[in-house]
Design a protein around this ligand. Structure first.
Ligand code: NAI
Ligand code: MG
Length: 490
């Protein structure tokens, strides 16, 4: 479907307890198309009473959901995946319009959203415990139980996809969900919640309360929330962690990265340059696992720069519905942030090898930009820019490459480009990152655990690991002796 063919409402309410529910204080914010800078609809800004209603609905749905036979729950979760597939074109068009990304990238994000539900669905009846040998007079075993209501606070770079990344394992663990999407991109989450409610799941199983930081804080501080999953910036992650300390609520945080691609002279340079270009310019660089820093051995530095600049210059920019190589940034704030980092890079003395100057057109477009002669202490090499800006840093030895790679507060992903398998293995062990790619990038699928070392976060998304955030273990000890139990100290 083309975004122009979408049947849009003029205002979107929160989706609570299986229905569109007018917000308590009747306030709405504009939703902007980043390719035109024009508002095309409005969305409710939820306040505490809306969050109360969403949490209450989720608690009620949870009571029903957790008691359902696991295989039945699995069938329902799988049906959500099918429902998403059945509306793939519409959801992709909505995502592209709201977020700015090219239509085919939006399609791939939404298809991957369906995959999350399909992948996790089969696990509802395999959340097994262990039995622990305490001797002949005891029967001891663990059971894995849901927490209750999972809060999901999502960002604007992959809104529909991240809806699924968190919601699918939460449901499979037996939890209900209250999700707050980012104010820049609320629409796909609202539509996804409505589509989920059209399957046979209990009303209130997935509630969506749009709004900004205040709405998010009302969700994360709510007494009725049992676990929090957040993806976004480090400062907001810190705020959420502090809030969670009040109620002793577990948090899973995915806080972005400043990810290095280490390129050695024995790499296939043509393929490597193509991979790095895709890894930094996809979704206009607004990807937590983007290749932000290219660390290039001095002997192939000039050749790599030449190749990457030529690839960058070939990118075609256009609104998402024209499905070019790159769309605009998702919002005015992000445009300001990225362009100001381009100024910072120049004033720090890095060389602007290409890009940097936004095209003279409406929309938050920033071209693929490559800085060379970057050194590790520069701000552009340390701070997350979250735009199509690559920093190229030279190195001369493997040890130096490793030192530069680890010389940041972040530790989400990293990549090694070499044909020497021993070198790849050596570095994979020593890179401070939750994911290491070798001669590849973005290889994370539903099946592979994903998350950060250091300030890139806590806990893991994706894979079977993600389920750990949504189930807690209970140990049950039964005295099966024919006398009393032998209490310690008795
Ligand atoms: P943010 O971390 O403030 O926003 C992410 C989500 O948190 C949004 O839904 C937002 O409304 C919500 N939020 C904000 N304050 C909150 C609070 N006090 N309590 C609960 N929820 C709250 O990030 P923002 O401002 O949208 O982007 C700033 C930077 O963060 C980006 O430039 C980028 O560097 C980074 N970022 C990283 C992402 C990642 O994938 N790890 C995704 C989005 C942003
Ligand atoms: Mg928008």
């Amino acid at each position: 479907m083309h975004p122009g063919d979408l049947d849009l409402e003029s205002a979107y309410d929160p989706f609570i307890d299986g229905a569109w529910t007018p917000p308590a204080d009747d306030s709405y914010d504009e939703v902007v198309n980043p390719a035109t800078e024009e508002a095309f609809t409005t969305v409710a800004r939820c306040t505490e009473p809306d969050v109360d209603a969403a949490v209450a609905a989720a608690r009620e749905a949870f009571a029903e959901w957790r008691e359902m036979p696991p295989a039945e729950r699995g069938r329902l979760v799988y049906a959500i995946g099918q429902q998403i597939r059945d509306h793939l074109g519409e959801l992709a068009a909505l995502e592209s319009l709201d977020q700015g990304k090219p239509l085919s990238q939006a399609k791939s994000d939404i298809e991957s959203a369906a995959r999350y539900f399909e992948y996790y669905a089969g696990f509802t009846d395999k959340l097994e415990g262990r039995s622990i040998p305490l001797g002949p007079d005891k029967l001891d075993f663990t059971i894995r139980e849901p927490y209750g209501v999972s809060a999901q606070i999502t960002p604007w770079n992959f809104p529909g996809n991240l809806f699924a990344r968190g919601t699918a394992p939460a449901l499979v663990g037996g939890n209900a969900v209250v999700l707050k999407p980012a104010p820049q991109t609320p629409l796909s989450s609202l539509r996804l919640a409505e589509l989920c409610a059209e399957t046979d799941v209990p009303d209130g199983l997935i509630n969506v309360v749009p709004g900004g930081g205040e709405t998010g804080a009302a969700v994360t501080s709510h007494e009725g929330i049992d676990t929090i999953t957040f993806t976004g910036s480090v400062p907001t992650g810190q705020t959420i962690m502090r809030t969670a300390a009040e109620t002793i609520t577990p948090v899973t945080l995915e806080l972005g990265g400043k990810n290095p691609a280490l390129v050695f002279p024995d790499a296939d340079l043509e393929a490597t340059a193509e991979t790095v270009a895709t890894a930094i310019f996809t979704n206009a660089g607004q990807v937590c696992s983007a290749a932000d820093r290219a660390l290039i051995h001095e002997s192939v530095y000039d050749e790599f720069v030449e190749r990457i600049v030529s690839l960058a210059d070939d990118y075609e920019l256009a609104p998402g519905d024209e499905d070019a190589d790159m769309g605009p940034l998702a919002s005015a704030e992000q445009y300001e942030k990225v362009t100001s980092y381009i100024d910072v890079g120049q004033s720090e003395g890095a060389t602007l090898a290409t890009g940097g100057t936004p095209p003279d057109r409406r929309g938050y477009f920033v071209p693929p930009t490559v800085f060379t002669d970057v050194s590790s202490e520069m701000r552009i090499a340390q701070e997350e820019i979250f735009g199509p800006v690559l920093c190229v840093i030279p190195f001369s030895t493997e040890a130096e490459a490793l030192e530069i790679a680890n010389d940041v507060d972040y530790g989400l992903v990293s990549g090694i480009f070499t044909s020497d398998v021993s070198r790849a293995g050596r570095l994979a062990r020593r890179l401070e990152a939750g994911n290491v790619y070798v001669n590849d990038w973005f290889v994370d699928t539903q099946q592979t655990p994903f998350g950060g070392y250091k300030r890139s976060g806590i806990g893991r998304e994706k894979g079977l690991e993600a389920l750990e955030s949504y189930v807690q273990s209970k140990n049950v000890a039964i005295n099966i002796g024919d006398g009393g139990g032998n209490l310690p100290g008795a």
